[in-house]
Design a protein around this ligand. Sequence first.
Ligand SMILES: [Zn+2]
Length: 107
Amino acid sequence: MNALLKPENFKPNYSLVKREVSKIHDQFSIEDPPVNPAEIAEGLGIDVRFVEFTGEHSKISGFYDPEDNTIYVNKHEFPLRQTFTIAHELGHAVLHREWARGDGYRV
Ligand SMILES: [Zn+2]
């Protein structure tokens, strides 16, 4: 089993986060804010799609689908909230794609 899938590893792993963030900073030559998480996602080959969630799902801000490697963002939310959502979902994609594939991950 992937180490990230063990329940005891569900606690935040800040050193992993720092390593992954450093890699992204290097890869995209990011030195200062502002950072555009949508650009980073696209650069990593992750599609970002702005979509309409309907009915009981209309309050969803977004989610990452590991099957099609795509971040879906609620197109009706305001841009700063969408940027936060993309950054958050990018975290799922970069830090624990395997876990996102399993049953533990819920939209
Ligand atoms: Zn999440």
